[in-house]
Design a protein around this ligand. Structure first.
Ligand SMILES: Nc1ncnc2c1ncn2[C@@H]1O[C@H](COP(=O)(O)OP(=O)(O)O)[C@@H](O)[C@H]1O
Length: 175
């Protein structure tokens, strides 16, 4: 939506590697990208209605979130890193990357985060049921949704290289 740079949504079940990918992409991108860790921003900026003790998560104030992010997204050159993507208006995204991970590996990653068993199970099940992928497909045109495996460092490197290539062609098209 802007010629300054594309808007890349990186989504996936918690622990699939969104922030790791976003950080490497910021380093390797041919044009400047701002990494917005939406979950962190929600917490830091108070864009939530309440904290849900049972699920150890924040109930996001979606109107506030969208109002605040709109001008930042409109300026372009951002990575929106969040475990859900159907909240964002379709027009925002130029590319939607959905990271996937084998559920055994994902379980180990989430255990290391000291998540409650309930939260680990919920996320693991969501990954097996490919909830985020289905939501992404339902929310955006098929041609901008890309599913990428994130199980190893090789996957990480290859995924970031592929997204960098995509950015180069996006820049050429929008020059
Ligand atoms: N492709 C990958 N290969 C190996 N480990 C990974 C990969 N992607 C992420 N990780 C590891 O998994 C954990 C969760 O990654 P993170 O980027 O924080 O996930 P998310 O942002 O999706 O919650 C981190 O310890 C990270 O180092």
């Amino acid at each position: 939506m802007s010629t300054a740079g594309p808007v890349i949504v990186i989504t996936g079940t918690p622990g699939t590697g969104k922030s790791t990918h976003a950080q490497l992409l910021v380093d390797e991108s041919p044009s400047p990208l701002q990494h917005i860790n939406v979950g962190e921003w929600v917490k830091e900026k108070g864009w939530y209605e309440e904290y849900d003790e049972e699920w150890q998560s924040y109930t996001v104030d979606e109107d506030k979130l969208l109002d605040e992010l709109e001008p930042i997204v409109a300026a372009g050159g951002v990575i929106l890193d969040w475990h859900t993507c159907e909240v964002f208006p379709e027009r925002w995204a130029d590319l939607v990357v959905v990271l996937r991970c084998d559920h055994t590996k994902l379980w180990e990653r989430l255990e290391k985060r000291n998540y409650s068993l309930k939260k680990i199970q919920e996320n693991n099940e969501a990954e097996i049921m490919q909830v985020v992928l289905e939501d992404a497909k339902a929310s955006y045109p098929a041609e901008i949704v890309v599913e990428l495996k994130s199980e190893s460092m090789e996957d990480l490197q290859a995924n970031v290289a592929r997204i960098v290539e995509w950015i180069v062609s996006w820049k050429n098209e929008h020059a």
